[in-house]
Design a protein around this ligand. Structure first.
Ligand code: NAD
Length: 468
């Protein structure tokens, strides 16, 4: 029998590698099985490369707009190849960092595809190629991959998913994006910044459909201003090649068939869990549709086997997967959970950024909760005026009476960094007055948080007085 571990993690994405490191920190003998490079989708094909592309493309746009600050630059241009190199170097640095951390924590990295076997005498078992490894505990963290659309033409060479788009060595002149979800709007931001003609086709009545209505409407206006053509309630039916290197999407809008062509079509219509070849016969835990069913500590129906991250459905975010991994390891070690995994902040890296946590006003009301709200429009925030990023708002939702913070929605510069203040407030049951005890330094975007909180008391200093 090969070496036995306390914990084998299948998948070294942000869920799996974090679980492996935390397990090792807690004294477990840990192995992680990974078929590709460590870091998973987030580092290699998701969060990190996209944000690098967003950064480079925003810099290009900002340089062209430098005149607004009295700074002019002539012949501003970009080299797409160099942008890709910068993106790849950033990814490689972070992947190298994770490799070092795994090594430093004495986590064994087993290269290959792991398959859960039925429990054997040696405990739980995982096959990798011809080898079988045993462990008391297994965490399944195999992640997700882009969902495909069941439509004609989906396999055409110029119809790509986000993985395929990253492989292009040039920016498409005309890009058609199917899906106005998070991936769709982030890629629209990148390529609109680079001067490409971008069209979004979204089947639902609004882009970012699961976000606050005000955020969706505002983002639609911002993207339209940057030249992005957005069609909502537009259901894509098929794709066809035109013979000149371009492709056409056929979609239904207002009960009529419409078409739009581009050099490439990006299909960004969600992600599916990677469960193929993950379970040997007799080793599949109870499922919830296509997702692995787990309890509050991420235990599956098989004793000693846990599942985390995109495999279990729900919120598909890197930091949620990491939190699941930490909680699963805490359960394995018999310790209490250290994080509130029910409150997950989310960020969208558009310009302005969008960030949300907890409940919206509508969601709270739908649950019968009486709320008070405060809102601050960032056009009255000094820092936002300095950087000319004054478009946007910060909104806070609190329970009426107790004034406990329930949620916040932000659409403004640095929203994805600032949302953490509200996350801390919600998980610690802080009230509006608790948060207002902190003095905000000046001039900062964070002053907008204080103003939104004060507005809930009708006392925002930099908002015109409410009619009494
Ligand atoms: P999504 O589910 O957010 O959006 C997909 C969109 O495609 C939906 O709005 C859906 O209505 C639309 N759609 C589906 N079929 C269609 C059709 N036939 N025609 C037109 N539109 C259609 O999925 P995504 O944007 O692919 O993102 C996948 C996951 O990755 C999400 O869970 C997301 O949260 C996560 N992600 C997060 C970030 C971030 O946190 N910044 C960034 C990228 C991705």
């Amino acid at each position: 029998m090969s070496e036995k571990y306390d914990l084998i993690v299948i998948g070294a994405g942000p869920g799996g590698y974090v679980a492996a490191i935390r397990g090792a920190q807690k004294g477990l003998k840990v192995a992680v099985v990974e078929a590709d490079r460590v870091g998973g989708t987030c580092l290699n094909r998701g969060c990190i490369p996209t944000k690098a592309m967003i950064h480079a493309s925003s810099l290009y746009r900002e340089m062209q707009e430098g005149d607004r600050f009295g700074v002019s630059a002539e012949r501003v241009s970009y080299d797409y190849g160099k942008i890709c190199t910068y993106k790849q170097e950033t990814v490689d640095t972070l992947v190298g960092g994770v490799q070092q951390l795994l090594k430093g924590n004495q986590v064994t990295v087993i290269n290959g595809r792991g398959m859960l076997l039925p429990p054997a005498d040696g405990g739980n078992a995982v096959r990798v190629g011809d080898d079988v490894y045993y462990a008391d505990n297994v965490i399944l963290a195999a992640g997700s991959k882009p969902a495909t659309l069941p439509v004609e033409g989906i396999d055409l060479p110029h119809v790509v998913n986000s993985d395929g788009l990253f492989e292009l060595d040039h920016a498409p002149k005309r890009l058609v994006i199917i899906g106005g979800g998070v991936i769709g709007v982030e890629f629209a931001t990148v390529f609109a910044n680079l001067g490409c003609t971008v069209t979004i086709l979204e089947a639902l009545p609004k882009i970012l459909d699961n976000f606050d209505k005000e955020i969706s409407q505002n983002l639609k206006m911002v993207l339209k201003k940057r030249g992005v053509d957005i069609h909502t309630s537009a259901m894509v039916r098929r794709f066809a090649e035109n013979g000149d290197g371009t492709v056409t999407a056929f979609y239904e809008e207002k009960e009529k068939e419409q078409t739009v062509s581009g050099d490439y079509i990006l299909v960004a219509t969600g992600r599916r869990p990677v469960t193929e070849a993950l379970f040997a016969e007799g080793a599949q835990p109870e499922m919830n549709g296509r997702y692995v069913k787990v309890d509050g500590d991420f235990r599956t129906s098989i004793p000693g086997v846990y599942a985390i991250g995109d495999l279990i459905g729900g919120i598909q975010l890197a930091h949620a997967a990491s939190a699941h991994g930490i909680r699963a390891v805490e359960a394995i070690c018999g310790s209490a959970g250290s994080q509130n995994i029910a409150i997950v902040p989310a960020g969208v890296y558009t310009d302005p950024e969008i960030a949300i946590v907890g409940m919206t006003e509508t969601q709270a009301k739908d649950q019968g909760i009486d709320v008070i709200t405060g809102k601050f429009i960032m056009s009255a925030n000094g820092k936002s005026l300095i950087t000319k990023e004054e478009r946007g708002f910060i909104k806070v939702v609190a329970e009426a009476g107790s004034e406990k913070i329930l949620g916040a929605q932000m659409m403004c510069a640095r929203a994805t960094d600032m949302i953490g203040e509200f996350t801390t407030a919600i998980v610690n049951d802080l009230t509006i007055s608790d948060m207002l005890k902190s003095i905000m330094s000046h001039p900062t975007y964070s002053e907008g948080i204080g103003e939104a909180l004060e507005d809930a008391h009708g006392m925002s200093l930099h908002t015109a007085p409410r009619k009494r």
